[in-house]
Design a protein around this ligand. Structure first.
Ligand SMILES: [Zn+2]
Length: 208
């Protein structure tokens, strides 16, 4: 019962248009029952993206046969036994360069590693929204690496450094919303909000 329910969930998980879809090999093979049920189904469809007429079918060797509006390709999957040998974990191989990758990114219907997708690990190579998310993640990672979080000052960090990082994180957040609001306003032809209003909403107004 459980596996058929999960299968339904995955099948309904169709990506929306324009979204940067990320495949995570660990997540995809986590549920063995689900993987088996896809393999034994008649169409073997693991996921689809209507925007690109993309359909990915799971093969016996765990690779994906991807068909989309520009042709077809295979995403090879490597299976590795854990140290104890009682379980397996999985990695994709980038269809373009064959490099092992845990995550692949959908670029107009082609799943590629970060390098082939020209996504880079550096913030200047990410799009505007991703860059803001990246900068926020970086601050959170810095705090975490020093034993703290946005709610808890790391033991050895100076108070003003902590406050500055927190404020920066909030500004990235505000900018993200502001950009999204602007884009939305452009789409529907409405009046864009003022940045001050966004800051007020986020209780950041008094800081400027
Ligand atoms: Zn690649």
């Amino acid at each position: 019962m459980r596996s058929s329910k999960s299968k339904k969930t995955i099948r309904a998980a169709v990506f929306s248009s324009g979204e940067l879809c990320i495949l995570d090999s660990f997540a995809m093979f986590k549920n063995k029952h689900l993987v088996d049920s896809i393999k034994t189904s008649t169409d073997r469809i693991s996921f689809s993206i209507p925007e690109y007429n993309l359909i990915a079918r799971l093969q016996d060797d765990n690779s994906f046969n991807v068909q989309f509006n520009e042709g077809s390709y295979i995403i090879k999957v490597e299976q590795k036994a854990t140290n104890l040998g009682n379980a397996y974990y999985f990695f994709f191989h980038c269809p373009e360069c064959s490099t092992r990758a845990r995550k692949l990114y959908c670029i107009k219907g082609r799943y590629l590693c970060r390098k082939c997708g020209h996504l880079g690990y550096y913030s200047q190579k990410l799009n505007f929204y991703d860059r803001l998310l990246y900068m926020q993640a970086k601050i959170k990672a810095t705090l975490k690496s020093k034993g703290g979080s946005l709610d808890r000052k790391p033991p050895w960090m100076k108070r003003h450094t902590f406050e500055r990082l927190k404020l920066q994180e909030q500004i990235y957040e505000a900018t993200y919303y502001y950009a999204a609001e602007l884009e939305f306003a452009r789409q529907i032809g409405g009046n864009p909000p003022r940045f001050e209003d966004i800051l007020t909403e986020m209780r950041l107004r008094t800081m400027f």
